[in-house]
Design a protein around this ligand. Structure first.
Ligand code: PLP
Length: 420
């Protein structure tokens, strides 16, 4: 069978495909597996119990259930859900958001597939605009969504602040960060996958200001962020205006199976997303909105974030940091200050081998993490730091995380001992 050039986009060499394939092969592995890769959120019993109760209510309501599974939604997404969300955003944050500012997609990944291609690429004036990522490492899932042969990302190196007690933090390096008409949009994940960094309120304000001046939209990927799921342990004020495109998702609340993404943006862009939904998939899925609309209406979704989801991860990450310090006291590892999301980002300074080789050694022991070099979309320059980090998802059961970290410690110790 022959495929068109379009099929090149779906080449098996794409970083995202390889990472998802790894998850599949881990599931098929015969020995013990310590899954610290992937982006699955934790199974939080209290959160799952609440979702189950909402699901039971839905199932018992014949009319609502029949509609949720038996009828296509509007291509913009479920009207009741959109209205409820607009109301919540107005009341809680005073944002001038109406239903015309919100569209639903089949998960944030789908949102980015639309957004990056409508904001970057070839323009009518002959220009080719890119998406500027002002701080890489950044989410690997962005890498392969561009439909153009030409790369659509330009990634920038951060400045690194070394902190006490073996921590460090990336900061946006504003020197040399010129935001102008070369870019179709600027994009940051906040908190950031893979590092758990939270771009500070000050940094975000400055990015938003520069974007506004240049007339370039700022995309804030809030998959882990505010207002929900709110997996943030530092200060992060929710922000939105008509030049900001805020992307949210139900996934990291514990509902990745429902594939529900949300875009909050100016009405012209929302119309394009609505049309793209109609053309690509007729309508976004209906079950996610049906499940959580009542929780948005009575604001209990925000209580779930504040009282259950955030404390769960905040508590767990502290225990994981303690484990790392206990297990790896003799190795030059620095941990990115854990400010949010589900990951710890470990930097092995002057690691004698490439992090991909470390990753392969870990896979041979049944430990799945993600090698750090994948997380630099659009940053092609040689930078040793790219080879020195790994991402560890700490959402798994604590015993699994502990055993995985023990194996990482053994392997890294061995590498420093024999290859330094
Ligand atoms: N953005 C970030 C930063 C992510 O980590 C993920 C998933 O891991 C996504 C977006 C996509 O999430 P979903 O498509 O499940 O909404």
């Amino acid at each position: 069978m022959q495929f068109s050039n379009y099929a090149n986009r779906f080449s098996a060499n794409s970083g995202t495909v390889q990472l998802m394939d790894d998850l599949g092969s881990a599931q098929r592995a015969s020995g013990p597996v310590y899954m610290l890769g992937g982006g699955n959120p934790a199974h939080i019993p209290e959160a799952e119990a609440l979702f189950k109760a909402e699901m039971l209510k839905l199932v018992e309501d014949n009319n609502a259930f029949g509609k949720a599974i038996g009828e296509y939604d509007s291509p913009q997404g479920n009207t009741a859900f959109i209205r409820a969300l607009a109301g919540l955003l107005q009341q809680r944050f005073g944002w001038q958001v109406g239903p015309e500012h919100i569209a639903i997609t089949n998960g944030s990944q789908s949102s980015f597939g639309i957004l990056f291609n409508v904001l970057a690429g070839e323009f009518a004036d002959g220009s080719f605009r890119k998406i500027l990522l002002p701080l890489t490492p950044e989410y690997v899932g962005y890498s392969d969504v561009g439909i153009h042969e030409q790369p659509i990302f330009e990634g920038h190196k951060p400045s690194i602040e070394k902190l006490d007690e073996g921590f460090f933090k990336y900061r946006v390096d504003f020197d040399g960060l010129n935001i102008d008409e070369r870019y179709g949009a600027v994009c940051v994940s906040r908190p950031t996958n893979p590092t758990g960094n939270v771009i500070t309120d000050g940094e975000l304000k400055e990015l938003a200001r520069r974007c506004e001046v240049a007339g370039v939209p700022l995309i804030i990927d809030g998959a882990y962020g505010v207002p929900f799921p709110g997996i943030v342990f530092s200060q992060a004020t929710p922000v939105w205006n008509e030049n900001i495109i805020l992307c949210l998702s139900l996934s990291k609340l514990g509902l990745p199976g429902l594939r529900t993404g949300i875009v909050i943006a100016n009405p012209a862009l929302i119309q394009i997303i609505k049309n793209a939904n109609a053309i690509n998939s007729l309508a976004p899925g209906r079950l996610g909105p049906a499940l959580v609309t009542a929780m948005i209406e009575d604001h209990s979704l925000l209580s779930l974030c504040n009282d259950i989801v955030r404390p769960y991860y905040a508590d767990k990450v502290l225990r994981v940091i303690d484990m790392i310090k206990e297990l790896i006291p003799d190795i030059p590892v620095r941990i990115h200050k854990p400010e949010g999301a589900l990951f710890v980002w470990l930097w092995f300074e002057d690691l004698p081998i490439h992090c991909h080789a470390l990753y392969q050694r870990l896979v041979a022991q049944g430990v799945y993490v993600i090698a750090g070099h994948h997380f630099y979309p659009g940053l092609d320059e040689d930078w040793r730091h790219k080879q020195e980090c790994i991402r560890v998802n700490y959402a798994a059961e604590e015993s699994v995380v502990r055993r995985g970290l023990e194996i990482i410690a053994e392997q890294v110790r061995e590498i420093y001992r024999t290859q330094a």
